[in-house]
Design a binder for this molecule. Structure first.
Ligand code: PXP
Length: 247
């Protein structure tokens, strides 16, 4: 059984398009509310809720994260940049897990895995702080051996393999090559004793292949579920993805 973490960032994206000011301050009757989205997703079987509190606060706000912490019944997974400010925030919030992601202000969405080799010291400091606070750390990395092996060495219990290069490949041959890379990465992760998750760009079509990755624990899926929810409602969108994940 593969677990589903529903990323609700883009519910907040729609809200911010209209209510940027109100969302950061008073809240009030502004919609769509990401917390309501999360509760509906849980009702339809989501195993966890994921949010990315970006430095530029373009979608999820701190206030959303605190409200989620108080309201949801499953697990809260906080995606965050590997910075002292975010580490401090996470230690106060105490989510069930954090997922360390690279962040650049210009990108439309997270565009590549975290380079654990390049940022070894920063990642190590963050993983150690989280381990001490009993918050599980996941490293969002490309499916490459040096990243996976160093991740395990630094004591992170989980990795999330970046499926973006696979999902974005338009031609069959590069997509197949990326899938082989993901398969090798997933096997290596398990051999290194890591819990292997995956995410980015997973949709209702490519899930048929993604779900065959060896040893998958959880998938984090956002954009496709939020998009589908516009037409079918949140619960149906989540139920449909869960059914396809575990068909
Ligand atoms: N996992 C991580 C680490 C991400 O940064 C994102 C995008 O915010 C996702 C999963 C979800 O990606 P998508 O919205 O394409 O499903």
């Amino acid at each position: 059984m593969i677990l589903l973490g529903v990323n609700i960032d883009h519910c907040a994206t729609v809200r911010q398009a209209r209510y940027r000011q109100a969302a950061t301050t008073s809240g009030g009757p502004i919609e769509p509310d990401p917390v309501t989205f999360a509760l509906l997703a849980e009702r339809a079987g989501a195993d966890g809720i994921t949010v990315h509190l970006r430095e530029d606060r373009r979608h999820i706000q701190e206030r959303d994260v605190w409200r989620l912490r108080e309201s949801i019944a499953t697990r809260l997974n906080l995606e965050m940049a590997c910075t002292p400010a975010m580490t401090e925030f996470a230690l106060k919030l105490k989510p069930d897990s954090v997922c360390l992601v690279p962040e650049s202000r210009e990108e439309i969405t997270t565009e590549g895995g975290l380079d654990v080799v390049k940022h070894r010291d920063r990642v190590q400091a963050c993983v150690e702080a989280m381990n001490a606070a009993k918050i599980a750390t996941s490293l969002f990395i490309d499916p490459d051996a040096p990243q996976i092996e160093l991740g395990a060495q630094l004591g992170a219990p989980w990795i999330e393999l970046h499926t973006g290069a696979y999902a974005n490949a338009r031609e069959n041959a590069p997509r197949a090559a990326e899938f082989v890379r993901l398969q090798s990465g997933a096997r290596l992760g398990t051999q290194c004793g890591l819990v292997v998750n995956a995410g980015h760009g997973i949709n209702y079509v490519n899930i048929a292949e993604v779900r065959t990755l060896p040893g998958l624990h959880e998938l984090n899926i956002g954009h496709s579920i939020v998009s589908r929810a516009l037409f079918t409602g949140v619960e149906e969108a989540v139920r449909e993805m869960r059914a396809r994940m575990n068909a």
